[in-house]
Design a protein around this ligand. Structure first.
Ligand SMILES: Nc1ncnc2c1ncn2[C@@H]1O[C@H](COP(=O)(O)OP(=O)(O)OP(=O)(O)O)[C@@H](O)[C@H]1O
Ligand SMILES: [Mg+2]
Length: 338
């Protein structure tokens, strides 16, 4: 508390406790009571002004915008009809539930540059006024934050303290774990209790928090199924979640290499939604290039976008359908085309 605020509070307490008003004339008492009321109003104003300028765990800073999320997913996310639908349903349901039984846990899987981080950003932007910059959104990359397996014990306690401290500070906290497939299983294990159906753990409720796991695990099998549809002449938009679920479960959960495998995240059903991202095609890359031009304040130029998209690598070698790097390199490559 600032010295000025402390002074005001002290004066207010004195007035309220009667130390000053005791034995005073009725008129003086009336003036004192009036002053106390004015000071209370000033304090309330001060608080409101403070909350407007400094991010805090209040509705002014944390408010879910369902329409905003829908519009963003519809307009900004290309080629991901399945992910888009699941995300919208999952986040809507969770944010509109005043008393969730557990935190929301999403696990996004897919090829590089298909929009996993991008989706996390869209979710954050439609919950937190400050988006990814919010002090309530916490982002971890396993290779950056937890690189040495010899440090596992330290990482575990640091991560647990970090999660506990931040959720204590604000129950509506979001934790994003990137490269989840490269995360040490022991570390995944240590966050398990926070994802579970506990009312409270050591006096802290985690039920309003959001955990998002991002990984490339399962990307190959998602790509294979998408390719099978293409080969069969079927529309990509007709691919349904059930078409990918078996492939995903085989490659993610039964894969010894996968961090998920050795954890009981799966066995205990702690992940609420597995979200598959499809590999992006030429037309999506063109869309990404057009978007990037607009983002830079340039006139969107279709031939330029096509030129850029044509120079990218596509797989499989024979059909060349899916962009090897998705939309990931568009931003940096565009410089060479404009
Ligand atoms: N499906 C998409 N629709 C629109 N833009 C996309 C899409 N996928 C990727 N992008 C664009 O490409 C950038 C890089 O994508 P992103 O970081 O989300 O990839 P990723 O799936 O996390 O890849 P990686 O597995 O390599 O981490 C995004 O910031 C976004 O601008
Ligand atoms: Mg990523």
């Amino acid at each position: 508390m600032t010295p000025k605020r402390r002074q005001v509070l002290l004066l207010w307490l004195l007035l309220c406790s009667g130390v000053v008003t005791e034995g005073l004339e009725p008129i003086t008492t009336t003036i004192a009571v009036g002053m106390a009321a004015t000071l209370t109003a000033l304090l309330a104003n001060y608080r409101n002004i403070y909350f407007q300028f400094y991010e805090c765990c209040r509705p002014e800073w944390i408010a879910f915008n369902a329409t905003g999320l829908k519009v963003d997913l519809d307009r900004k996310l290309y080629g991901q009809h399945i992910a888009s639908r699941i995300i919208l349903k999952a986040v809507n349901g969770f944010m509109n539930n005043g008393n969730p039984k557990k935190p929301l846990v999403l696990s996004l899987h897919g090829w590089t540059g298909t929009g996993k981080n991008f989706i996390s950003k869209l979710i954050a932007e439609n919950i937190y006024k400050e988006g990814m910059e919010s002090g309530f959104v916490h982002f971890f990359t396993s290779t950056l934050h937890f690189p040495h397996s010899s440090q596992l014990v330290n990482y575990k306690s640091q991560l647990q303290q970090w999660i506990k401290g931040n959720v204590t500070n604000c129950e509506r906290s979001m934790f994003i774990f990137d490269e989840m497939d490269k995360m040490h299983p022991g570390l995944i294990d240590c966050i398990k209790p926070y994802l579970d159906y506990y009312d409270k753990l050591d006096g802290v409720s985690y039920r309003k928090a959001i955990f998002i796991f991002l990984s490339n695990a399962g990307a190959d099998s998602i790509a294979k199924t998408t390719l099978d549809f293409w080969k069969a002449g079927e529309n990509r938009d007709d691919i349904e979640l059930k078409d990918l679920e078996t492939a995903l479960s085989l490659s993610v959960f039964n894969n010894i290499q996968s961090g998920f495998y050795r954890t009981s995240l799966i066995d205990k059903n702690l992940v609420d939604f597995f979200v598959p991202l499809l590999p992006l095609e030429y037309k999506h890359v063109v869309q990404c290039a057009m978007t990037e031009m607009v983002a830079r304040g340039l006139e969107p130029n279709w031939p330029v976008a096509e030129e850029l998209a044509k120079d990218l690598l596509y797989f499989p070698k024979s059909e060349k359908i899916f962009a090897v790097t998705g939309c990931k390199t568009i931003e940096s490559r565009l410089d060479y085309y404009i």
